[in-house]
Ligand binder design. Structure first.
Ligand SMILES: C[S@@+](CC[C@H](N)C(=O)[O-])C[C@H]1O[C@@H](n2cnc3c(N)ncnc32)[C@H](O)[C@@H]1O
Length: 840
């Protein structure tokens, strides 16, 4: 048995069942020495019959040992993603087609046939070719550069499937319950923003053309009038540090419609919405947020990722899946409670194990009231091109000692310890002809041998009626049998009652404004379903639940954290991993208090009449349609000190309504304005941040807009960190007339339309120089993509300034012209503003 140099098996104790793999953790196992064999693992799946045909099973098993192709997605708004993809197709693919290496033809990258708009690709060649074949080397440089500027995201092909089956629309309220590191969250954010660019451009044109506001949308949030997305994505993870990974991963998308929270998803709190007055009774109603779409991409054993996580070969154990079952089921039930009637929830894992998949789906549907309340959606006609297998309706349960059980009765016969370790809910429907059994086939199983991918499981659920979730220990009706739920300990009455949650989403304020005190005094009474669903998560009852929840073993590794390093493309996430992340906590099940200290500055919204906002509005000539009430700052005093963030109206309402409730909000808002020390008294101190530019540019008045049409001008502005105004002939007159400070540069180069899309950049005008305020990585990526420039930007003015200073000193020594000296001094001061890169 292979051991780490620390003398401890990575799968032991703390890392039990994690199988998390080789993503740079402290474990120094030599992964190449791990044999890709494990009889227990193989026999388990032969016995479960997941691939019933013997010959096909052999192919399936062999495929688990093969190297996984590298896959990636073009990210961002569709227009932007398409423009970067076009560069791959026009510049790289022709050079890669028919390339040979050591006499053999090397396959060029190909788009994934089932992914819309050819925005996801895969590459099957090895490192050696990439390093030694010039066109592949160039491809690698392109991929690395676009990945570091956030235009490409490496993601396992199968992991891209769940968001595609959610049918997210721009007005949807979306919850991603176990979201870190955030690959799928990014897809969800992209989905709520789909088509936004076109809608905003149209609205801006219509409104500036004086057509006025469409009165039919009066009273709607300003986003609606402006063509912007009104929906919200709430991305949650129970691990505090990993919730920050989520922020990093989704940062490039600059969505004001994103909120990140830090909760144990089994206990996800009900979030308040603004109260509404009942039009009939005149009473005030407290509304709670229900979601149109929910993703439960739960922690799992991850054995479907074995192609990239060799430790799974060594550490696989049936106990991993069994130990996760209870938490997975709780997360799914909580998700179904939080879903709107008519809403859609996707449950997914990267495990092949029916215990973590169909079994969890089965027990959750039963707990929520059966197929009349929750239905599995048939998605067999979706994503044509994706080869898949049906979900299973029959399976067995294996104890960690290797004993197999066909049904719960056999477990009862054997008694302890099996009755302690297994539970009735894990077993398949006893009536194999029941509605629920027949629905289970609608789940989607993706196997590695079918299309050279990882293994994955997806079920799409639709909520048809209000959920009255049965307590885990209650006897509930299932397919004609009485079925006992999971792990309820005697005497745990309060907890049992608390878990009887229904899904009321509106209550009279007087009745439901549950304070900690009222809950504490009423702790003896059984909590009603509504109480539980709407109780403040900071209340004693909630805390008790957090602490009481049964301990669950750590889960095994999964997800995109551990992407193949085949191309040596730095994943944006890996770039920012800390040692602690390297310990791979992502796959631990967290069924207690969220992990890590919670230490966040508050989110304070500025009043729209705030002096600073008035100043900004005037300087940039912002349209009167642009909402001024969605700006926030991150300090207790609510003072705009350095950065002002922008959110959507709905995210503001969610944050404001839940202020003071102890909700663990970790992130919200896009940096829109940053304070800049300026010497020019005419210039506004608040410059537009690159992150927020896309949100405001359509509403900036002409007086702060510069148009650029010539490619060479753009190249010069990109290449030089401080280009001189006098050297930019095309826009010189315009920028000289515009006055100092920040302005919006609109680039419209006819010949490069396909690759540039609609490029809009923040530009800073000083007395003698200009400065594109772009993060270095983005500037470098654009230089490479548009001008094939591999060297990146340079600062010639610095060299010039240094030589000017020298000349001045020499002139002074000789007693030459004083005026020239003054002019040069001004110029030197001007060059003092350095704004390359936006990071604070
Ligand atoms: C499979 S990963 C999610 C991958 C993610 N959806 C993606 O596509 O990037 C599971 C995540 O669940 C988190 N987690 C574990 N237990 C949890 C719980 N009880 N509630 C919420 N999140 C949990 C882990 O920290 C981990 O980040």
């Amino acid at each position: 048995m292979s051991r780490t140099k620390k003398g401890k098996r990575a799968g032991d104790k703390k890392q039990r069942g994690r199988g998390g793999g080789n993503n740079g953790n402290n474990d120094r196992t030599d992964y190449s020495a791990i044999a890709k064999e494990n009889k227990k693992f193989e026999n388990y799946y032969i016995n479960q019959g997941i691939v019933p045909d013997e010959e096909e099973f052999k192919k399936f098993w062999q495929s688990l040992k093969d190297t996984l192709p590298t896959t990636w997605r073009f990210t961002g708004s569709k227009g932007h993603a398409v423009s970067v993809r076009n560069t791959l197709q026009t510049h790289h693919i022709p050079a890669l087609t028919n390339t040979t290496f050591e006499g053999a033809l090397i396959p060029a990258p190909t788009p994934l046939s089932w992914y819309p708009d050819e925005l996801a690709w895969q590459l099957t060649v090895g490192k050696q070719v990439i390093r030694r074949s010039p066109p592949f080397k160039q491809l690698q440089a392109f991929l690395v550069s676009e990945t570091s500027s956030g235009n490409i995201s490496r993601q396992e092909a199968v992991s891209m499937i769940p968001p595609l089956l959610m049918d997210v629309e721009p007005h949807h309220m979306v919850l991603d319950m176990c979201a870190a590191p955030g690959s799928k969250t990014s897809q969800l954010i992209e989905a709520i923003h789909a088509g936004e660019e076109e809608r905003v451009a149209e609205a801006a044109k219509r409104l500036s053309g004086g057509e006025g506001i469409d009165t039919s949308v009066d009273g709607e949030p300003p986003e609606k009038i402006m063509g912007k997305t009104t929906g919200v994505v709430i991305a949650n993870d129970a691990d505090y540090k990993r919730s920050h990974l989520l922020i990093h991963q989704t940062k490039r998308l600059n969505s004001p419609n994103l909120i990140v929270t830090n909760y144990d998803a089994t206990l996800y709190p009900s979030l308040r919405l603004p109260t509404k007055r009942d039009p009939n009774g005149g009473k005030t109603m407290q509304e709670y947020l229900k979601f149109d779409r929910i993703l439960c991409d739960v922690p799992c054993s991850g054995d479907g990722t074995v192609r990239k996580n060799p430790l799974i070969w060594r550490d696989w154990n049936a106990a991993n899946g069994n130990g996760l079952w209870s938490t997975q089921a709780r997360i799914l039930v909580r998700g179904l409670q939080l879903l709107k009637v008519g809403g859609r929830l996707v449950y997914s894992t990267c495990s092949l194990n029916p215990i973590e998949n169909e079994s969890v789906v089965h027990v959750a549907i039963e707990r929520c009231g059966g197929p009349s309340v929750v239905e599995i959606v048939d998605v067999s006609d979706r994503l044509p091109g994706l080869i898949r297998r049906e979900g299973m309706k029959n399976w067995k349960v294996m104890d960690k000692d290797g004993t197999w059980f066909e049904n719960w009765e056999e477990v009862l016969e054997k008694g302890v310890p099996y009755t302690d370790r297994l539970t009735r809910g894990m077993f398949p429907p006893t009536d194999q002809d029941s509605d629920i059994a027949n629905m289970l086939n609608r789940s989607v199983r993706v196997y590695p041998h079918l299309q050279d991918t990882g293994g994955f499981f997806i079920t799409v659920l639709q909520k048809k009626g209000a959920v009255k979730a049965a307590p885990e220990g209650e006897k509930i009706q299932t397919g004609g049998q009485k079925m006992k739920g999971v792990n309820v300990r005697a005497g745990d009455e309060a907890k049992k009652a608390a878990e009887t949650a229904s899904d009321v989403d509106v209550k009279l304020v007087e009745e439901t404004d549950l304070t900690s005190a009222s809950l504490a005094t009423g702790a003896k009474r059984a909590l009603s379903a509504e109480d539980e669903e709407q109780a403040d998560p900071g209340s004693p009852i909630k805390r008790q639940r957090l602490d009481d929840t049964a301990d669950t073993p750590a889960s095994a590794g999964k997800d995109e954290d551990e992407e193949l390093k085949l191309l040596d493309i730095p994943s944006t996430e890996q770039n920012h991993r800390t040692q602690e992340f390297d310990e791979d906590p992502k796959t631990d099940v967290i069924a207690k208090k969220p992990r890590g200290n919670f230490n966040e500055e508050p989110f304070k919204f500025l009043p729209p009449s705030h002096d600073v906002l008035a100043l900004i509005k005037k300087f940039y000539g912002l349209s009167s349609y642009f909402p001024l009430d969605n700006f926030l700052v991150r300090n207790q005093e609510g003072i705009p000190v350095r950065t002002i963030y922008f959110t959507s109206t709905m995210t503001r309402q969610i944050l404001s309504e839940n202020e003071g409730r102890g909700i663990r909000f970790v992130h919200c808002g896009v940096k829109m304005f940053n304070r800049q020390e300026v010497q020019d008294p005419e210039a506004c101190q608040w410059r537009i941040q690159n992150e927020g530019l896309g949100l405001v540019e359509a509403w900036v008045g002409d007086k702060r807009v510069v148009h650029l049409k010539q490619k060479e001008t753009l190249r010069y502005l990109m290449k030089e960190l401080f280009p001189r105004v006098e050297d930019v002939a095309e826009i010189r007159e315009r920028v000289e007339g515009i006055g100092g400070g920040c302005c919006v540069l609109r680039v419209n180069i006819e010949e490069d339309k396909d690759e540039l899309g609609a490029l809009v950049l923040p530009l800073w005008k000083s007395k003698f120089t200009l400065n594109l305020m772009l993060p270095k990585e983005e500037r470098k990526a654009l230089l490479l993509r548009l001008f094939n420039d591999t060297e990146g930007p340079k600062d010639s003015t610095r060299e010039q300034r240094e030589s000017d200073a020298k000349a001045r000193r020499e002139a002074k020594e000789k007693g030459e012209d004083e005026d020239q000296d003054e002019e040069m001094k001004d110029e030197e001061d001007d060059g003092g503003i350095k704004i390359d890169g936006e990071d604070d």
